[in-house]
Design a protein around this ligand. Structure first.
Ligand SMILES: *Cc1c(COP(=O)(O)O)cnc(C)c1O
Length: 377
């Protein structure tokens, strides 16, 4: 059996090697390292893929969130509601901009922001909601947009884990995650579903004015050379990363299908085991792109399971071991433990299994056998 990896970037690279190598060599030969044609082509190709009017590439997914918030003109003291169960980048940029993060609980069934909790958290200072399509599963965007419209709030979708997922609206139509809110963001960190070979990120919007503002923010607040109209940042996707992304984008749907196939096999193996709650996998719908395949382990010791898997050379992850509201940097006396029941429980029971585009049946069987061996003993 091939060695099991949490993410197998080498196996994926082997299949696109010629295109990536040629692309990188061409960038070097052209010396168009920054803002070159590769970046512009990638931007257009991603706009087409997502069905969104504007893609603004930037340096990473954390910058993308920060720039989105700067572009919307959020001001010091404005409250921004987001989920307690996400990677810290989401809340970090809120705090960094002197906005007030308001963390709320998630749903037990999809790990995504709880819309009832959003409603409860809204005050006269609330200006924006940041849903995260956690682990690659679309959050309840119709409901979130309805709440936002009712209260005049912006919605910033953190789509770092969900690129390529289709959200199905209540009328049956579909939109790509990241294109439904006022603005969406993503990360091209190597292990993300669409990853480059370094850092990268992008911002999406259908709003022409906002896109214009953001194009200045990413470039030192310049709209005309050496005229700095607003305080901006320097955040660029470089041409080498763009060329890697151009090689991968045409395969994104098949990459996500490979992840879904692996997820289906995992879920089939765990079906009917009452100690294991598997993530939602529906055959007809492509709302989940399985950035992570995350189980909830009931009545068995999750930490011992981690050790058992490690002892068998199976990598695994705990995303995330500590709720954000209990992190030193984001603790706040306003928070009440009773308001975070789901997250407080999930951090003790969740475990993510290896998930990438190169998993084979033999590996999946070995992994599921070892998980079952532990929970059934
Ligand atoms: C990865 C990630 C980010 C940050 O992306 P970087 O490119 O690493 O800055 C933000 N939010 C979520 C949910 C992520 O998973």
């Amino acid at each position: 059996m091939r060695k099991i990896q949490m993410v197998d970037l080498k196996g994926q690279y082997e299949k696109i090697k010629d295109q990536v190598n040629n692309g990188v060599m061409n960038v070097i030969e052209s010396t168009a390292f920054i803002n070159g044609p590769e970046v512009h082509s990638f931007q257009k190709e991603l706009e087409d893929y997502l069905g969104v009017k504007h893609v603004i590439p930037c340096a990473n997914g954390t910058d993308a969130l920060q720039i989105a918030m700067m572009g919307l003109g959020l001001q010091s003291g404005d409250e921004v509601i987001t989920t307690d169960f996400t990677f810290a980048a989401t809340v970090e940029v809120i705090a960094l901009l002197n906005l007030t993060p308001v963390l709320v609980d998630v749903n037990p069934f999809d790990f995504n922001i709880d819309t009832e909790a959003i409603k409860k958290a809204i005050t006269s200072k609330t200006k924006a909601i940041v849903p995260v399509h956690l682990f690659g599963l679309a959050a309840n965007m119709d409901e979130i947009m309805a709440i936002a419209n009712e209260h005049g709030l912006y919605v910033i979708e953190d789509n770092a884990q969900g690129i390529g997922a289709n959200y199905m609206h209540s009328d049956g139509s579909k939109s790509k995650t990241g294109t439904i809110g006022h603005v969406g963001t993503t990360s091209f960190f190597p292990s993300k579903n669409l990853g480059c070979y370094g850092d990268g990120g992008a911002i999406f919007t259908n709003d022409d004015d906002l896109a214009h503002t953001i194009r200045g923010v990413v470039n030192h607040g310049m709209y005309e050379r050496y005229h700095h109209d607003v305080v901006g940042v320097n955040s660029r996707l470089d041409s080498m990363q763009a060329t890697v992304l151009r090689a991968k984008l045409p395969h994104l749907d098949s990459y996500n299908n490979a992840r879904r196939d692996a997820a289906r096999k995992y879920t089939a193996a765990f079906a009917s085991n009452e100690k294991i709650i598997t993530p939602l996998v529906c055959d007809s719908c492509d709302c989940h792109v399985f950035h992570q395949y995350t189980l909830v382990i009931k009545d068995a010791n999750r930490d011992e399971l981690v050790k058992h898997l490690q002892a068998n050379d199976i990598p695994c992850g705990v995303y995330y071991p500590i709720p954000l509201h209990l992190q030193k940097a984001y603790a706040d006396e306003r928070y009440n433990e009773d308001d975070f029941k789901v997250t407080n429980q999930l951090v003790k029971e969740c475990i993510s299994l290896p998930m990438h585009t190169e998993l084979d049946d033999e590996q999946i069987k070995f992994i599921t056998d070892k998980v079952l061996e532990f929970v059934n003993r």
